[in-house]
Design a protein around this ligand. Structure first.
Ligand SMILES: [Zn+2]
Length: 503
């Protein structure tokens, strides 16, 4: 078979090696090799064989328990093989699940069966009240997680070398280039990079499971990898990062060994000013606890297994656990009936960290200069979702004013996701809930519009106006839907929690 070779050359080689010329795609073990795995047709043989296999048990008297065992055990060979190489398209997953579901609730007969418990529940672990039947989607992701595990191991295996050559790690650690490598490469590689954000809800089920064990610091990006317990240093010390003459340095490049002692040496673009030196001191104090080890390789340990290696079962468990955390609940609530649908759509993207903040644009290579990622509002920290919508001093003030307005005491959450759930939790009565929930939408929406005004039209942030807008918008949305009954705007401003809102 010729790959990137001229025909004539191929023919010559086939004579030389005395073999036949094949063409892609061809069938091997019942699957199309070289076919497009994003197509349903690629998976058809497999789906059919699964159906046939389960149908073989038709009419045999199997206990319910026996059927459950069978469901997990037919996930053998071919299916596992395919699922550990390719990300199955959604509708393929759906048809496999359907075959299994029907089988569980009454063999394979074509008559309609009652499904006594919903499938999601069935797929939960036994101690959580499920049956421990594997969810194909999660199983698929967990199997693909092995590719990440291989890279984490950093063995110079042919495969990881190949991948690195091809998709270019540059000076980045494997984790950051896999995480940010979604844009380029073959569809297969894109899928592998993507699995981290495909856990039903929350991003990072895979990437967050790896923990960096610092060795000689040769494989870890000083500013961008999350290697010390205080998180990513570029986020923690944005000013220093901007001033650093080694923005893409590995840890190892940020100091020297003097005899057996490691000494940090930070190269700066210019002499640091007072406040900046203060920050440098803080950074140094923070790093005091870190120990580098000469001649020992850096390690990326998978937190959930004993020996630090990724395994499918721990990956699966972690994925299932992260899906547990009432994430579905949040995504159900984000489509608030009282907020305009475009605002709900925006909030949904926000919770998925899929809005064009400067940091996100930087990660995708749209903003090239790292000096341009500072927050549009305060210009002091990097603009990511958590900062812009929560921890920015301007945003924080607006949040606090909203809390005051409603007479609520709370400490703000540190990330958007927790913030959303916390906000919901604050509503003590049903009466309060409808109005209060809309405030969250009005607030994030207003922050975003203000940020755009500042960024694109050079407007100056007016905190009073910002807060007014939140109040006006929330009232407007509620009345617009006929939800506020006999309640004036001034009542809304004075006693929002007494506002009689029909649910
Ligand atoms: Zn800010």
């Amino acid at each position: 078979m010729s790959i990137n070779m001229e025909e004539e050359w191929t023919i010559r080689m086939s004579y030389l090696l005395n073999c036949q010329i094949g063409v892609i795609p061809f069938k091997y073990l019942g699957m199309l090799v070289g076919g497009n795995h994003r197509r349903v047709s690629f998976w058809q043989t497999l789906v059919d064989s699964l159906k046939k296999k389960l149908a073989g048990w038709k009419g045999k008297w199997l206990s319910f328990g026996g059927r459950i065992m069978l469901l997990n055990s037919v996930l053998t060979s071919l299916l596992v093989f395919l699922l550990s190489v390719f990300l199955a398209p959604k509708n393929v997953v759906r048809s496999i699940e359907k075959i299994r579901r029907d089988f569980l609730w009454g063999g394979c007969e074509d008559t309609r069966k009652v499904h006594w418990v919903n499938w999601e529940k069935v797929c939960k672990g036994k101690h959580e009240g499920g049956l421990g039947v594997k969810s194909i989607r999660a199983f698929n992701l967990a199997l693909l997680g092995k590719w990440w595990g291989k890279l984490a191991k950093g063995d110079a295996g042919l495969w990881s070398r190949l991948i690195k050559e091809k998709y270019g790690a540059g000076n980045d650690s494997w984790l950051s280039w896999v995480k940010n490598g979604r844009g380029e490469g073959s569809s297969w590689w894109k899928d592998v990079c993507r699995i981290d954000v495909l856990g039903d809800n929350r991003n990072g089920w895979l990437s967050n499971g790896f923990e960096i064990i610092v060795g000689d610091g040769d494989g870890i990006s000083f500013w961008w990898d999350s290697w010390c317990k205080d998180g990513v240093l570029a986020h923690k010390f944005p000013r220093l990062y901007m001033l650093s003459a080694g923005m893409d340095y590995k840890i190892k490049q940020m100091g020297v060994w003097i005899e057996d002692k490691w000494r940090w040496m930070f190269p700066w673009r210019r002499v640091l000013l007072d406040r900046e030196s203060q920050a440098r001191k803080e950074l140094e104090e923070m790093l005091e606890a870190t120990k580098l080890h000469q001649g020992r390789k850096d390690k990326w340990d998978w937190k959930f297994s004993m020996d630090g290696s990724y395994t499918t079962s721990t990956g699966y468990a972690n994925l299932a656990a992260s899906q547990e955390q009432s994430q579905k609940h949040v995504f159900g609530r984000v489509w608030n009936p009282n907020a305009p649908s475009k605002v709900c759509g925006f909030s949904w993207q926000l919770l998925l960290n899929r809005i064009p903040t400067k940091t996100n644009l930087f990660k995708r290579g749209i903003i090239k200069d790292p000096a341009e990622v500072m927050c549009s509002l305060c210009k002091e920290y990097m603009e990511d979702c958590d900062h812009l919508f929560l921890s920015c001093k301007i945003t924080t003030e607006i949040w606090n004013r909203c809390l005051n307005w409603w007479g609520v005491q709370a400490v703000l959450a540190s990330n958007v996701w927790d913030g959303f759930r916390q906000h919901e939790g604050i509503a003590v009565s049903k009466r309060m809930r409808v109005g209060w929930e809309v405030v969250w939408f009005a607030l994030v929406w207003t922050i975003w519009l203000t940020r755009n005004e500042v960024l694109f039209n050079n407007k100056i942030v007016d905190k009073n106006k910002l807060f007014d807008l939140v109040q006006v918008r929330s009232f407007h949305w509620l009345t617009n839907r006929g939800k506020v009954l006999r309640y004036s705007f001034s009542d809304w401003l004075l006693n929002p929690h007494l506002c009689n809102v029909s649910a």
